[in-house]
Design a protein around this ligand. Structure first.
Ligand code: GNR
Ligand code: NI
Length: 174
């Protein structure tokens, strides 16, 4: 169990193209465990390995949509190794996205509403499924990280500059 520091912009590591995992071994499973701990500690719904400085094609997602009787989120973490989008819907959907590497900033991003994704799980088994809703949005956001792409790259220059200015102001105040 390890909660790791999250890499934030303008750290150049966020622009790296992460490398494929060759074998889903115990080292990859240890990385998945650390990513999961770090995602929960940061109250995120997803986390890509490069956000903790590891340039490997590994990410975790838990939308944490359900609650137990005590109102606590029900944890259902999923790991995705070497995920690939193989097909997308023509229909788009817009979501007010945030990113743990661009703290407390949000912008509406349009992406395909559905994505067919192929990946390996933590045991090295292959899956291929159509994803939709917030899971499709989050998966595309995380796969972008593996390619060095951030959600601000999908919005207008004006909106991007606004987000970066607000972030700078927030950091000056802190
Ligand atoms: O916690 C997160 N919330 C979120 C909201 C909308 C779209 C994507 C995300 S992912 C983000 C965590 C993160 O930065 N993952 O890379
Ligand atoms: Ni992100």
């Amino acid at each position: 169990m390890a909660v790791l520091p999250i890499v934030e912009i303008p750290d150049p590591r966020l622009r790296l193209v992460s490398k494929p995992v060759e074998q889903v071994d115990d080292a990859v499973r240890a990385l998945i465990a650390d990513l999961t701990d770090t995602m929960y500690a940061a109250k995120g719904i997803g986390l890509a390995a490069i956000q903790v400085g590891v340039d490997r094609r590994v990410l975790v997602i838990d939308l944490q949509e359900g609650e137990d009787e005590g109102g606590r989120p029900i944890r259902d973490p999923h790991a995705y190794v070497n995920p690939e989008v193989v097909e997308v819907s023509e229909e788009l959907s817009s979501y007010n996205e945030g990113c743990l590497s661009i703290p407390e900033q949000y912008a509406d991003v349009e992406r395909p509403a559905r994505a067919r994704v192929r990946w390996l799980d933590e045991r090295g088994e292959q899956h291929e499924e159509w994803l939709e809703g917030l899971l499709a949005t989050c998966m595309q956001h995380e796969i972008d990280h593996l390619n060095g792409v951030l959600f601000i790259d999908h919005v207008s220059r004006l909106k991007r500059d606004m987000v970066l200015k607000k972030l700078a102001k927030m950091r000056r105040a802190a």
